[in-house]
Design a binder for this molecule. Structure first.
Ligand code: GDD
Ligand code: MN
Length: 376
């Protein structure tokens, strides 16, 4: 036992339930959310953890002001990073509670489900997770238009490729689980994109015991959705990570695709300078290389490293380190392919291909560490 220097009744035990709420620009919603939690979670020792990615509307500051009046409110303020799933993971890891809930900050998830989720988990020992579901009895999509509903159903359908459980709504962002589920899966979670529930189901080594409770997806209280076309892209990356991610780092795929675009850009720029403007070949090559590297840098910053995107001065130093790394990559590419070709071990095509692959892997490895500072 720890020795305490205050009266025992001044001390309160830790929470039984942590509600983890990822936020980005939800300043106008969080006070209302806290009010509703306070009403609905009477009788449960709860806390709410807002995990905010440095929202420009100062969500974190407002959450801290609320927390000063109520210690059940906590804030994790992340800087230089974006991501709904990683925010949820970090929120859950920052809690000590035996039960953890994930919920949006815009009041689209029906908080009235929380007590039922909690009591269900508490009373059924072998149950791991309770999911707020739009696709079981009592559930619905609310006022979603046909298009979005269809996309959601399609995404649900392809999620079957990475999870075995017959979960009706693996795309739900509203659920409650036992801490052990996270403890068991945290090393394997991808943390890519929006779909943290799917990530959890695809990462645990056993079959999770789950129950789905229907609810109707509500309308956003205020503010705007962060769902954009890149969310679909991130979803594909999550599926890839869960399938081939154990063999190659999943970011290498977009990096290589961007590299292919770079080749096309290079050839076009070379054509413009060398053919159309009639510069010398070497001059055309220098210009084309610079243009291709620059475009590759920005594309990778936008797509491959969306969550670690460089901004401001970071763009300049990032571009410099990227160009430097790729120059060395290009030199080794030419050196290796020339060597292979001259040794006559392989033909021209496979010599060149080997050079390209080695150069690409080098570029990826070096820029992932030096340009985007990715920790392993
Ligand atoms: N920390 C952090 N970082 N939070 C984020 C980020 C981010 O990069 N992007 C979004 N959020 C927060 C939002 O502030 C909100 O609280 C919650 O994540 C959901 O974002 P919305 O932009 O409101 O998403 P939605 O309403 O389109 O999607 C919801 O519905 C899906 C059902 O299909 C989400 O709940 C999804 O998780 C859910 O799957
Ligand atoms: Mn929303």
């Amino acid at each position: 036992m720890i020795k305490l220097n205050v009266l025992a009744d001044e001390i309160q035990a830790g929470p039984q339930l942590s509600v983890v709420v990822p936020t980005f620009n939800e300043a106008t919603n969080i006070a209302e959310l806290v009010n509703r939690l306070d009403v609905i979670l009477q009788g449960i020792r709860w806390e709410v953890i807002f995990v905010d990615d440095n929202s420009p509307d100062y969500t974190a500051r407002i959450a801290r002001a609320l927390a000063q009046k109520d210690r059940r409110i906590r804030v994790i303020h992340r800087v230089g990073r974006r991501g709904l799933s990683t925010a949820c993971i970090e929120g859950m890891l920052a809690s000590s509670a035996p039960y953890l809930a994930i919920m949006d900050g815009d009041l689209q998830h029906d908080e009235k489900l929380l007590p039922q989720m909690y009591h269900t988990l508490e009373s059924k020992e072998n149950l791991d997770i309770v999911v707020g579901s739009r696709y079981v009895d009592g559930g619905g999509l609310g006022d979603w238009n046909q298009g979005r509903a269809q996309i959601s159903r399609f995404a649900t359908w392809i999620s079957r490729s990475v999870i075995k459980s017959n979960l009706k709504d693996p795309m739900s962002g509203f659920f409650m689980l036992r801490r052990e589920v996270i403890t068991d899966s945290v090393d394997k979670l991808s943390g890519i994109g929006f779909k943290i529930l799917l990530d959890i189901f695809a990462s645990v080594s056993r079959d999770l015991q789950f129950k789905e409770i229907g609810y109707t997806f509500g309308v956003r209280h205020s503010g705007e959705s962060k769902l954009d076309s890149l969310v679909a892209w991130e979803y594909i990356m999550l599926l890839l990570d869960k399938t081939i991610g154990q063999y190659i780092p999943v970011r290498f795929i977009p990096f290589a695709l961007v590299g292919c675009v770079g080749v096309a850009v290079h050839m076009s720029a070379l054509w413009v300078t060398f053919i159309a403007f009639g510069t010398s070949f070497i001059m055309g090559q220098i210009v084309a290389t610079l243009v291709a590297m620059t475009i590759n840098f920005f594309l990778n910053n936008f797509l491959t490293y969306r969550d670690l995107r460089l901004r401001g001065w970071g763009l300049l130093t990032g571009w410099l380190s990227f160009s430097l790394a790729c120059s060395i990559g290009a030199i080794s590419n030419v050196g290796i392919s020339t060597y292979l070709f001259q040794e006559n071990t392989t033909g021209w095509f496979s010599s060149a291909l080997a050079g390209i692959i080695i150069g690409a892997v080098w570029n990826y490895a070096v820029t992932s560490v030096y340009t985007w500072n990715q920790k392993s």
